[in-house]
Design a binder for this molecule. Structure first.
Ligand code: R5P
Length: 286
């Protein structure tokens, strides 16, 4: 298997290459004078099995991912896999208001059209798999997240909404402790409100777990509620840390520890999932 990565996902792809022993192939990405993108894969991948590794983070990287998939096909690769660690646009997996585009469907359709099989990592909502014309497997980062926090004597794992409860439950099972969730209402794209709920966290060490930290507002609101209910220590984790507008600084002021996985590069991307992910994909492919 050969790995081909978008420029924005190269750190993750090179760690995956180290863990899996699969070679990461060099690519050339340039812009034409009119701003259009040019992409070229620098090695012959004819009859080879290839995995394109691409975060759908930012519209430019999305175009790059589509072009890389096309270039692999154009070269006559054998099997073509797509690994999408951060599946951007996944939060719009349905039309909430009349007239909206279902962006998750657009991404899934385009990726699956070119791929033989897709791998995702803690995608926001697995219902998006129904938009794919090819098999999709979602890797759960709950194992690596649990291992990272094992040293912190966690008493309860809490998700900031019921949608993320399954993930919190998996982590709590690994840490052999209790799980709970908060009830969240989204007021706007950057405002959230949590309903008052007794969480039984007095004097306890709490781990808050979500799939994505974007503006940080969800996790900060949740941390404040947990603190007000007398928690001893609060730790925060998520699979994907976008940390818009330096929200990691605001989060770290409220809690005792913060660590997310390395799907997206950043100061708090301290949980390397590439070893576990490589084994997960290996089991599915062979
Ligand atoms: C939403 O349902 C997701 O699971 C996250 O809770 C959300 O994306 C976090 O966004 P933010 O950090 O902007 O509050």
């Amino acid at each position: 298997m050969y790995l081909v990565s978008t420029k924005g996902t190269e750190d993750f792809a090179s760690s995956l290459s180290e863990k899996s022993g699969n070679k990461l192939i060099r690519t050339e990405v340039q812009r034409f004078p009119d701003g259009e993108m040019y992409v070229r894969i620098e090695e012959d991948l004819t009859d080879k099995d290839v995995m394109v590794v691409a975060n759908l983070r930012g519209d430019s990287q999305i175009i790059e991912a589509f072009f890389l998939l096309d270039a692999c096909r154009e070269m006559g690769c054998r099997k073509l896999y797509s690994l999408i660690p951060y599946f951007g646009y996944s939060r719009q997996h349905m039309a909430y208001k009349k007239g909206e585009a279902v962006s998750a469907r657009v991404m899934m359709k385009n990726i699956s059209e070119k791929s033989d099989r897709i791998f995702t990592v803690d995608i926001h909502d697995r219902s998006s798999f129904s938009f794919s014309s090819k098999p999709v497997d979602d890797f759960s980062a709950s194992g690596p997240i649990s291992r990272h926090f094992i040293k912190n004597d966690i008493d309860v794992v809490i998700s900031p909404d019921d949608g993320a409860f399954e993930r919190a439950k998996k982590v709590s099972e690994n840490l052999k402790c209790r799980a709970d969730y908060l009830e969240k209402k989204r007021i706007s794209s950057n405002e959230v409100e949590h309903a008052v709920k007794n969480l039984d966290v007095q004097g306890k060490n709490v781990l808050l777990v979500d799939d994505i930290i974007s503006t940080g507002n969800t996790i900060i609101d949740a941390a404040k509620i947990i603190k007000s209910q007398g928690a001893k220590k609060i730790f925060v984790s998520a699979t994907h840390g976008l940390f818009l507008n330096n929200s990691s600084e605001r989060i770290i002021r409220e809690v005792n520890g913060l660590a997310v996985t390395n799907t997206l590069k950043g100061e708090y991307s301290r949980i390397d999932i590439t070893g576990d992910l490589s084994r997960f994909m290996g089991d599915k492919i062979e």
